[in-house]
Design a protein around this ligand. Structure first.
Ligand code: NAD
Length: 453
């Protein structure tokens, strides 16, 4: 028995659409279908699989405007971001379309024979996606999974299923065989959990909160199911006195308020060297006040609304004290909130330690290089971070000292599909993207052939 769910446009609170939510029986049927499709998909010749993925990429690129429009309405993403996100799916598919023909094993020197390894697909891969970046996060899971010869069951978040459903249709249009790439809309506790408990699902790729990630990891233990986790973050943006302060300050709002701060890589802790604290803050205030929060469909929008009323209330509950200044946001219907800058007094405060997942940033001063590293590492998370300095040796030293998976120097960029992405500590387990992503979607089989008989 399925129930329905109403999707709300977060910019104006209008109902966009009703979608059916799958139950366990429907989920099982799709998993079984994906398992059946695996038998033939894994045998598709590498060059043919590559061609199908390239066609899929092209079909996604051809529909970029349509996909982006859906995301603006469904998730309140700015049109600029949403177009980037649709393009990211096409780019990731293109990148991994080169993988089937390069899925090399090894020949290892051994005594009395020949030893070779094969990288073999796992079977059905379950991809569970959060609401904050519905398109890219789905693509980072399904593109390498399909390239390695697995079939996929994908569950989008309850709030944001529409682009995933469209991608499922585009896959068929591109000629990806029926049953190879399946999108199932439903609740995490029903469909997502069934991926974890169903023995035919051989791997889970989960992106979402650390709390749910821990439950999934525990659930996977029961079948020793493979799992990749991309979880929360509380990344530091470290500004040294010898950096281009104006540039760092001008870039800092985008580094945390992009996607209304609902970004696992958001630089939500800013650390500024004491001697330039005031200088940084005055430039930063100008930049925050200029940050354009408006109708996300406008090409000038830099930030739209938050995803839901619930998320807005959760974020606002953090704003009890220490507000230094805010930007502005539209009034009226929609889940709007002004970008907010806090100056907490202590590193033990909730706003400094917890992932707020909204347009809120906390700023604190540090004394020297060692203090900057210690303060940045004083977190249960370790996903991203930025280091601003014109001393490249120091910047590299600090990058090596920070317990985090993705760091950038004199830049706030975290994600490039050519490079590995993932977290230290409670920010996750395993890596996505980059040249080695298929390792997470394959088993290594070792075969020894005796030659001395
Ligand atoms: P969430 O954990 O509530 O949900 C994520 C997904 O898991 C959704 O599809 C949900 O339906 C599903 N789910 C929920 N309970 C489940 C269960 N018991 N079993 C299986 N599936 C279940 O997270 P969210 O609120 O959608 O997303 C926000 C979180 O995602 C933030 O913490 C953010 O940092 C994190 N995130 C991490 C990354 C990264 O790459 N590290 C990227 C984006 C978002």
């Amino acid at each position: 028995m399925s129930t329905t769910y109403q999707i709300i446009n977060p910019a104006n609170e209008q109902i966009v659409k009703s979608v059916d939510l799958a139950d366990i029986t429907a989920t099982d049927k799709v998993i079984e279908k994906a398992n059946k499709a695996f038998e033939s998909w894994k045998k598709v010749a590498p060059g043919d699989r590559a061609k199908l993925l390239r066609t899929f990429a092209q079909v996604v690129a051809d529909h970029r405007q349509e996909l982006a429009k859906i995301e603006v309405e469904n998730a309140g993403h700015t049109i600029g971001n949403a177009l980037w996100e649709a393009d990211n799916v096409a780019n990731v598919l293109n990148y991994y379309s080169a993988a089937p023909e390069r899925l090399f094993g090894k020949q290892i020197p051994v005594a009395n024979g020949i030893d070779i390894t094969f990288k073999e697909p796992l079977g059905v891969v379950g991809v569970i996606v959060p609401w904050n970046f519905p398109m890219p996060i789905a693509g980072w899971g399904f593109a390498p999974a399909l390239a390695a010869g697995n079939t996929v069951v994908l569950k989008p978040a309850e709030y944001t299923p529409l682009t995933a459903v469209k991608l499922g249709q585009l896959a068929l249009l591109a000629g990806i065989p029926e049953g190879v790439f399946n999108v199932i809309v439903g609740k995490g506790s029903v469909v997502g959990n069934r991926f974890v408990t169903h023995p035919l699902v051989r791997k889970i790729v989960f992106t979402g909160s650390t709390t749910v990630g821990k439950q999934i990891m525990a659930g996977c233990a029961d079948q020793v199911k493979r799992v990749t986790l991309e979880l929360g973050g509380k990344s530091a943006n470290i500004i040294f006195a010898d950096s281009d302060i104006e540039r760092a300050a001008a870039a800092a709002p985008g580094a945390v308020f992009d996607n209304a701060g609902q970004d696992c890589c958001a630089r939500s802790r800013i650390l500024v060297e004491k001697s330039v604290f005031d200088k940084f803050m005055s430039s930063f205030e100008v930049a925050v006040k200029k940050f354009k929060v408006e109708d996300p469909a406008l090409p000038t929008a830099e930030m739209g609304p938050l995803i839901s009323k619930k998320q807005l209330e959760t974020v606002q509950a953090y704003l009890t004290k220490d507000i230094a200044f805010t930007g502005s946001a539209p009034k009226g219907s929609g889940y709007w909130m002004a970008p907010t800058v806090l100056m907490p007094k202590s590193a033990t405060e909730k706003v400094w330690q917890e992932e707020i997942f909204g347009p809120v940033v906390s700023v604190m001063a540090f004394d020297d290089e060692a203090d900057a590293i210690a303060k940045a590492n004083d977190s249960q998370f370790g996903l991203s971070g930025s280091i601003w300095s014109n001393n490249s040796s120091k910047a590299l030293r600090v990058a090596r000292g920070i317990e985090s998976g993705n760091l950038s120097v004199n830049s706030n960029s975290s994600v490039r599909y050519w490079t590995p992405f993932g977290g230290y500590k409670q920010s996750g387990l395993g890596r996505e993207l980059g040249p080695d992503a298929l390792d997470a979607f394959t088993e290594v089989k070792n075969v020894f052939i005796a030659t001395d008989n």
